[in-house]
Design a protein around this ligand. Structure first.
Ligand code: NDP
Length: 237
C-alpha cells in the first residue's frame, strides 16, 4: 500500500460499463483511484467528479501511451485492465485492420500494462484482467477473433503468474458472461439468444463483476494467481 495508507489503483478503460463500476467500487472502499479513457471524455469527467478518482486520456490502442501511463503511476497496488473492444461479424468480411486494432487493445495492452505495473509494484500487488467467458465458449459464429483475444488472456495470466510470483504479485483473469453495459445491453438484439445458453437467464449488473474484482484485489487472495474466474450465470456450464 502507498504511504498514505490508501490502496493505489489504476484501471485502464474506466469511463463506462464494467470499468466504471470497478472505479466506483474501489473509490467507495477509500482507494486512491486513477482510470483511463479514450472516446468518452464526458462520461470520464462525470465519473471523476462523482468518485474523486483521477481520469487520464490514454488510448489502449496506443502501446506507448499505455506503457507511459502505467509507468508514470509508479508503485501501484492494483492494476485492472478492463479496456477492450469487440469486432464481430462474418469472418470473410471483417477488415484485417479492425482485427489488428482489437488485438492491440485486447491482447497487447494487457500484456504491456501488466509488465510495466509489475516492474514497480510492491509485494502484495494485484493485477486483474477482464477476459470473457468467450475465452472458454463460443456458441455462435462471428466471434472467433474476439474469442482469440480473450483466450489469449488465459495463457498470458498463467505465464505472467510464474514471472510475478517471486515478487509476491498475483495476476488473475475475470471472465464475465453477459453484463448489462453499452456493449451488451440487457434488452439488445442478442439478449434472448444469450439467455438461452445460461442457467441464470439474465444479464448481470456491472457491480456484480466489480465485486469479484474487488475481492481478487483484497488481502485474502494472495494465494490465487494464474487463474480464471468466471462470472457468467452458467453460460459455460
Ligand atoms: P463497454 O464497451 O461498455 O465499455 C468499455 C470501456 O473500455 C469504456 O470505458 C471505454 O472507454 C474503454 N475502452 C475501450 N477501448 C478503449 C481504448 N482504446 N482506450 C481506453 N479505453 C478504452 O464494455 P463493457 O463494460 O461491457 O466491458 C468491459 C470489459 O468486460 C471488456 O474487457 C469486455 O471485453 C469484458 N466483457 C464484457 C461483457 C459484457 O457482456 N458486457 C462480457 C464479457 C466480457 P471510452 O468509451 O472512453 O473509450
Amino acid at each position: 500500500m502507498s504511504i498514505s495508507g490508501s490502496k493505489k489503483v489504476l484501471v485502464l478503460g474506466g469511463s463506462r460499463g464494467i470499468g466504471a463500476a470497478i472505479v466506483r467500487r474501489f473509490a467507495k472502499e477509500g482507494a486512491d483511484v486513477t482510470f483511463t479513457y479514450a472516446k468518452s471524455p464526458d462520461a470520464a469527467l462525470a465519473l471523476a467528479a462523482e468518485t474523486g478518482a483521477k481520469a487520464i486520456h490514454a488510448d489502449s490502442a496506443d502501446r506507448q501511451a499505455v506503457i507511459e501511463t502505467t509507468a508514470s503511476m509508479g508503485a501501484i497496488d492494483v492494476l485492472v485492465v478492463n479496456s477492450a473492444i469487440g469486432v464481430f461479424g462474418d469472418v470473410f468480411e471483417l477488415a484485417a485492420d479492425d482485427i489488428d486494432k482489437m488485438l492491440q487493445i485486447n491482447v497487447n495492452t494487457p500484456y504491456h500494462a501488466s509488465v510495466e505495473a509489475a516492474r514497480r509494484m510492491p509485494a502484495g500487488g494485484r493485477i486483474i484482467i477482464l477476459g470473457s467467458v468467450n475465452g472458454d465458449r463460443i456458441p455462435v459464429p462471428g466471434m472467433a477473433a474476439y474469442a482469440l483475444s480473450k483466450s489469449a488472456m488465459q495463457g498470458m495470466a498463467r505465464g505472467l503468474a510464474r514471472d510475478f510470483g517471486p515478487r509476491g504479485i498475483t495476476i488473475n483473469v475475470v471472465q464475465p458472461g453477459p453484463i448489462d453495459t453499452d456493449a451488451n445491453p440487457h434488452d439488445g438484439p442478442m439478449a434472448e439468444t444469450l439467455h438461452s445458453f445460461m442457467a441464470i437467464k439474465r444479464h448481470a449488473h456491472p457491480d456484480e463483476v466489480a465485486h469479484m474484482v474487488s475481492w481478487l484485489a483484497g488481502p485474502e487472495t494472495g494465494f490465487i494467481t494464474g487463474a480464471m474466474h468466471t462470472i457468467d450465470g452458467g453460460f459455460a456450464a
